[in-house]
Design a protein around this ligand. Structure first.
Ligand code: FES
Length: 312
């Protein structure tokens, strides 16, 4: 994976919990172009790799702009960006990738929940420039917690529904009227899991391929009923405890071991580690059946047996 060393050129607080970071390359390099929906992976100051959608124009970019929410349950990634990535800070990034590309059609319905507005905002600006028909539904807790609301109102007010639920589960937006009749429209949705589950539920009767989702966490890294276990690092001759709310990768990092990772969601294969003993609870999406006795993806998988021996 190509990495580029970047510097925080500007930082802007968009809401009390969302900050926008403008990153410029330190060396004279031409930044790769990208299309709306693309993300970069940032090695955050904590060492955790995190994916963030790009919000700026991807044609001949001089910088990459991301907006990051400080997640209340942050396991180091977003909190360390907020606490440590001030102007002048240097960070490694991986070049843009796009798992949420736009299709070329005439009509679009763009649905964003909370910080999911970042790829949606980028798509809206791009489609508007191309003269496409678009509508936006932007749902969030409150106006103060809605990134880019002023900018969106300035450009899209008559084409946008904004709904705030103030955290009341009984006041969430009802998407049924918007999706009851399948149309030639393509829907692009990014937001928290409950929102995406809701859109999936109410759009089940749409023809295949019309509803597109951005899902940064295809697997749960840590689940509520997870328990602590131990990993033995054979080469290092050390044992490390993996707490119930940390991945093996995070526990190793916390214990001072340098680890390679990229997606941290069990999809890229970077953290593949040889398993010497113990039974793993495999949660990744990359290992083949025949590999599962001998390898483990330490960013997401855990122990079934209470103890794993790794070739580290
Ligand atoms: S870091 Fe990508 S699979 Fe573990």
């Amino acid at each position: 994976m190509d990495q580029i060393r970047m510097r925080v050129k500007e930082r802007r607080e968009l809401t009390p919990s969302i900050a926008e970071f403008t990153l410029e390359p330190i060396d004279e390099v031409t930044l790769p172009e990208f299309a709306p929906g693309a993300h970069i992976t940032i090695e955050t100051p904590s060492g955790a790799m995190r994916r963030y959608s790009l919000v700026n124009d991807g044609a001949a970019p001089k910088e990459y702009v991301v907006a990051i929410k400080r997640e209340p349950q942050s396991r180091g990634g977003s909190a360390s960006m907020h606490d440590e990535a001030n102007v002048g800070a240097e960070l490694n990034i991986e070049v843009p990738e796009n798992d949420f590309p736009l299709t070329d059609v005439q009509k679009y319905l763009l649905i964003a929940g909370g910080i999911g507005i970042t790829p949606i905002y980028s798509m809206a600006k791009y489609l508007d420039k191309k003269g496409k028909l678009l509508r936006i539904i932007y749902v969030s807790r409150s106006a103060e917690e809605s990134a880019y609301l002023d900018e969106l109102n300035a450009s899209f007010k008559s084409r946008m529904i904004v709904h705030h639920d103030n955290g009341d589960p009984n006041a969430v937006y009802d998407f049924w009227d918007d999706l009851v009749t399948p149309r030639a429209t393509h829907v692009f949705c990014c937001g928290p899991k409950p929102l995406m589950d809701e859109i999936k539920a109410v759009s089940g009767h749409w023809p295949e391929g019309r509803i597109h989702f951005e899902d940064f966490k295809p697997v749960d890294v840590v689940r509520d009923d997870d328990t602590a276990f131990e990993v033995e690092l054979k080469k290092s001759g050390t044992n490390v405890k993996v707490p119930e709310d940390r991945s093996i990768l995070e526990a190793l990092r916390d214990a001072g071991f340098a680890t390679s990772s990229s997606c941290e969601s069990g999809t890229c294969g970077t953290c593949k580690t040889r398993l010497l003993d113990g039974e793993a609870d495999h949660r990744d999406l990359v290992l083949m059946e025949e590999e599962k006795d001998d390898f483990v993806m330490i960013c997401v998988s855990r122990a079934k047996s209470g103890r794993l021996v790794l070739d580290l």
